[in-house]
Ligand binder design. Structure first.
Ligand code: PRX
Length: 695
C-alpha cells in the first residue's frame, strides 16, 4: 500500500512544478477493476435514468439546468437561465426570486414537520444526542433571525461565524439566509488571527462565536479566539461592534475569557426576548450572495468565494438527491466540518433542501476510540455515510476490522471527498466499511465549484477504485496541456483538468477582488478577454488529472502552491508568512511531504538571519508560530534550519528541489542554480535526518 500511496502523489508532484515539467507528463499505473452498483441500491435509487446525459448535451445548455432549479420553490420564476454578458461573472436564473432558508426549512413543514432535520451527537459519549425536528428548527431559526434584526443587521450585511460542530451553527447560518445576510463561516480550528483576516476582508461588524466545545475529550476554550480575532481586526483598522456568544450549555459559561461590556452578548439571553418570534423570509434575487467561504490562496491573502442563492442551492439540492441519493427517510451522516464547503453544501444546504435527516457530530472520529463512528451509525441507523480519505485511512489503521463487529451498521451509500483515495484504501472502504453492499461515490470538486463536478452517478455507473468518475451531467470537463490543447481520453497523459462551461454552483467570484478571480481561474485558458461566449472561458481548476478511455477522471492533486493536508487546503505562501514572523528567520520555504495518513504534510525549510545559530528552540518557535497564526492543522512535520535555500540565478526559491529532498527523491540536475552546493548539504541533512526536529 505504501507504494501505491507514494506513486500517486509523487506523480502529482511532477506535474506540480511548471518550472521544470510540462502539464502533460505521462503517468504509469494500471487500470483498476470495475465494481457494479449493488442491485438493492439500484432498486431504491432516486436516479436511474442514463438519458440525462443526452438531455444535458451541449446543444441543450444552459436550459437543461432548469431541471435542477425545479427542485426548489421560487417566489418568482426566472426569465434568463444564464446571463453571460460579463464573463466570467456568470449569473444563473436571473429574474428569479427565492429564499434559501424557506427552501431548507419552511417548505418541509407540511410533510415533514415532526421529522428530524438534524441529529446532534455530542463528543462525550455519555451525553445524549439531540434530534431536532423541522418544526423545532423552524422555531429556532426564526428566533435567531429576530435577534439579528434587533441588532440592526440587514440584507447584504456580512456576519462572520466562528463556531464548532453544534446545532447552533446551522441555525445561525439559516437565520442569516432568512434575512439575506451573507454569512462567512470560519472553521473553528482556525486561530483568532486567521478569523480576523476573514472578518476584515469580508467587512463583518458582527462575530458569532461559542464559549467552548469538546474535542478529543477536552472542553476547548473557544471564546478566547474571538477576543484575539477582534483585537487583530482592530489593529488592521476594522472594528467589530458585537460578539454574539452561544453557550455550549445555556447559562453555564465554559470560557475563561471575560465578556466585554457593551460588545459581547450571550445568545441564550438575547433569545429570551424573542420566544416564539416569526420573521418573514426575505425574497432574494437568485443571484444575491448567500455566503462567503474562504480558501487559502497562492499569495498570503485568503480568497473569499461568494456563492449565490439560487444557482448554488439548485446545484446542491440536485446533487444531494441524485448523487448522495438522499430520501427523506434516510439517515445521512457527513463527517466533514460545516466550517468547510463540504459541510455547507452537504451537511446543511443540499441535504436540508431535500428534507434529509443530517447528522452533526461534535468531535473527532477516533474519540474515544476508532469504533465511535460505527457506534454512532448503529445507534442512529445511519445508512448514508460521507467522509474523506484521511478519515478512512485513520480508521483503517486504528482498527482494520472497521464495523465488522457491528452487525447493525449497514450503509447503502458511502462518499469519499477531498483528496485522491488510493485504490487499496478504496477497497477497504468498500469491503470492510460497506461490507460489499454499499455503493461508493468518489466526488471531485472544490470550494469554488459549490458542489460535485466529477463522480459516478451511483445507480448508473460502475465504480472504479481511485477514479472520481465521469463529469456530471452538464459539466463539460476536459484535460488540457499547458498550451490549451485537449489531451485525448485514454492517452495515459496527465494535464490540467478544466471545465469548459459555467454551471449553477460555481462561485460568483472573489469577494472584493474581481481581477484576482479572473487571473486565478480564467487567465490561463481564456481565448479572448472581450468574448461574451462562455466557450471562450474554460475554468482552470488547479488540479492535475488523467482521463481514461472510459471517460473516468482520476485526480492527481494540486498544480499550484496549495498543500492538501488531510483534505484541508493550505497555501504555502500563507504558511511561509507565518514562519517569517519568527524573528530569527531570514527566508522560508514550505513544501509538501507525502504522508501515509494525511496525504500531505508541510515541511518547513528556513535560513536564519546573520548572528543566529540553529537550535531546537528556534524550531519550536517556528512550529508555535504556524499553529498560532494559522491552525494546529497546519503544524509542520519537520523544520529544517539550513545554511541557505536553493535558488535560481534570478533569486527564486526552488521549492521543487526541496520537495524532492523531503520525499526521498533525487532533486535532479541542479547545476544551473545560483548555489548548487547547498543542495547536497540539505540533502544529507534531511535524508540523513540530522537536525530534523519538531516531529
Ligand atoms: O485537489 C482537489 C482536492 O481538494 C481540492 C479542493 O479542496 P477544497 O476547496 O477544500 O474542497 C474540498 C471539498 C471538495 C481540489 O482542488 N479534491 C477534492 N475532492 C477530491 C480531490 N482530489 C481527489 N479526489 C477527490 N474526490
Amino acid at each position: 500500500m505504501a507504494e501505491e500511496i507514494r506513486r500517486n502523489p509523487d506523480g502529482a508532484e511532477e506535474v506540480a512544478e511548471a518550472e521544470v515539467t510540462e502539464a502533460s507528463v505521462a503517468v504509469h499505473w494500471s487500470e483498476e477493476e470495475y465494481y457494479p452498483p449493488p442491485m438493492q441500491f439500484i432498486a431504491q435509487a432516486n436516479f436511474t435514468d442514463p438519458s440525462i446525459y443526452d438531455r444535458f448535451r451541449e446543444e441543450h445548455f444552459p436550459e437543461c439546468f432548469k431541471e435542477y432549479a425545479d427542485l426548489l420553490d421560487w417566489y418568482q420564476y426566472w426569465h434568463t437561465t444564464l446571463d453571460t454578458s460579463n464573463p466570467p461573472f456568470w449569473k444563473w436564473f436571473v429574474g428569479g426570486q427565492i429564499n434559501a432558508c424557506y427552501n431548507c426549512v419552511d417548505r418541509h413543514l407540511a410533510q415533514h414537520r415532526s421529522k428530524a432535520a438534524f441529529i446532534f451527537v455530542p463528543e462525550p459519549e455519555d451525553e445524549p444526542h439531540v434530534a431536532m425536528t423541522y418544526q423545532e428548527l423552524y422555531v429556532r431559526v426564526n428566533e435567531v433571525a429576530a435577534v439579528l434584526q434587533e441588532l440592526g443587521l440587514e440584507t447584504g450585511d456580512r456576519v462572520t461565524i466562528h463556531m464548532p460542530m453544534v446545532l447552533e451553527l446551522p441555525i445561525t447560518m439559516l437565520a442569516c439566509a432568512r434575512l439575506g445576510i451573507i454569512h462567512s463561516v470560519v472553521f473553528a480550528g482556525f486561530s483568532g488571527q486567521a478569523c480576523a483576516d476573514r472578518i476584515v476582508d469580508s467587512g463583518s461588524r458582527v462575530l458569532v462565536t461559542m464559549d467552548g466545545y469538546y474535542r478529543n475529550g477536552k472542553m476547548l476554550d473557544h471564546k478566547v479566539k474571538a477576543d484575539e480575532a477582534v483585537e487583530a481586526a482592530a489593529q488592521a483598522g476594522h472594528p467589530v461592534e458585537r460578539v454574539l456568544v452561544w453557550r455550549r450549555y445555556p447559562r453555564q459559561y465554559q470560557s475563561q475569557a471575560p465578556m466585554v461590556e457593551g460588545r459581547d452578548l450571550f445568545m441564550d439571553e438575547l433569545l429570551q426576548r424573542h420566544r416564539g418570534a416569526r420573521v418573514e423570509p426575505v425574497k432574494m434575487p437568485a443571484e444575491a450572495p448567500l455566503f462567503l467561504m474562504y480558501t487559502s490562496g497562492t499569495t498570503g491573502k485568503p480568497k473569499g468565494h461568494q456563492h449565490s442563492t439560487g444557482g448554488y442551492l439548485a446545484y446542491t439540492a440536485w446533487t444531494s438527491k441524485m448523487i448522495q441519493d438522499i430520501h427523506p427517510e434516510d439517515v445521512y451522516w457527513c463527517m466533514a466540518d460545516i466550517g468547510w464547503i463540504t459541510g455547507h453544501s452537504y451537511i446543511v444546504y443540499g441535504p436540508l433542501a431535500v428534507a434529509a435527516t443530517s447528522v452533526i457530530y461534535e468531535g473527532v472520529p477516533t474519540y474515544p476510540d476508532a469504533g465511535r463512528p460505527w457506534r454512532i451509525a448503529e445507534e442512529l441507523g445511519v445508512n448514508i455515510f460521507h467522509t474523506s480519505p484521511t478519515a478512512i485511512r485513520m480508521l483503517r489503521k486504528a482498527d482494520p476490522d472497521g464495523p465488522k463487529n457491528h452487525p447493525n451498521v449497514q450503509f447503502k451509500h458511502m462518499t469519499t471527498v477531498g483528496e485522491p483515495i488510493e485504490p487499496e484504501v478504496w477497497r477497504w472502504y468498500y469491503h470492510v466499511v460497506g461490507k460489499g453492499k454499499a455503493v461508493i461515490v468518489d466526488t471531485w470538486w472544490q470550494t469554488e465549484t459549490g458542489g460535485f463536478l466529477c463522480t459516478t452517478i451511483p445507480a448508473i455507473h460502475n465504480m472504479k477504485p481511485g477514479s472520481a468518475g465521469p463529469a456530471l451531467p452538464g459539466i463539460y470537463a476536459a484535460i488540457f496541456d499547458d498550451e490549451g490543447n485537449e489531451i485525448p481520453a485514454g492517452s495515459g497523459r496527465a494535464g490540467n483538468i478544466v471545465i469548459r462551461n459555467p454551471w449553477p454552483g460555481i462561485t460568483q467570484g472573489i469577494w472584493g477582488d474581481p481581477e484576482r478571480f479572473i487571473q486565478t481561474y480564467y487567465a490561463r485558458y481564456n481565448r479572448d478577454p472581450n468574448s461574451k461566449d462562455w466557450r471562450d472561458w474554460p475554468y482552470f481548476a488547479g488540479d492535475a488529472a488523467t482521463l481514461a478511455a472510459d471517460g473516468y477522471f482520476r485526480i492527481l492533486g494540486r498544480v499550484d502552491d496549495v498543500i492538501n493536508v488531510a483534505g484541508h487546503r493550505l497555501g504555502t505562501k500563507e504558511l511561509e508568512s507565518a514562519v517569517l514572523t519568527v524573528e530569527e528567520v531570514a527566508e522560508a520555504a514550505v513544501v509538501p511531504r507525502v504522508d501515509e495518513l494525511k496525504g500531505r504534510v508541510p515541511d518547513v525549510y528556513v535560513s536564519l538571519k546573520p548572528g543566529y545559530t540553529p537550535s531546537p528552540e528556534i524550531q519550536q518557535k517556528i512550529v508555535a508560530a504556524v499553529e498560532e497564526i494559522i491552525s494546529k492543522i497546519a503544524r509542520p512535520r519537520h523544520v529544517y534550519i539550513v545554511p541557505d535555500l536553493p535558488k535560481t540565478r534570478s533569486g527564486k526559491i526552488m521549492r521543487r528541489v526541496l520537495a524532492a529532498i523531503s520525499n526521498g527523491q533525487d532533486p535532479g540536475d541542479v547545476t544551473t542554480l545560483a548555489n548548487p552546493e547547498v543542495v547536497d548539504t540539505i540533502r544529507r541533512m534531511v535524508q540523513g535526518e540530522e537536525l530534523a526536529g519538531a516531529s
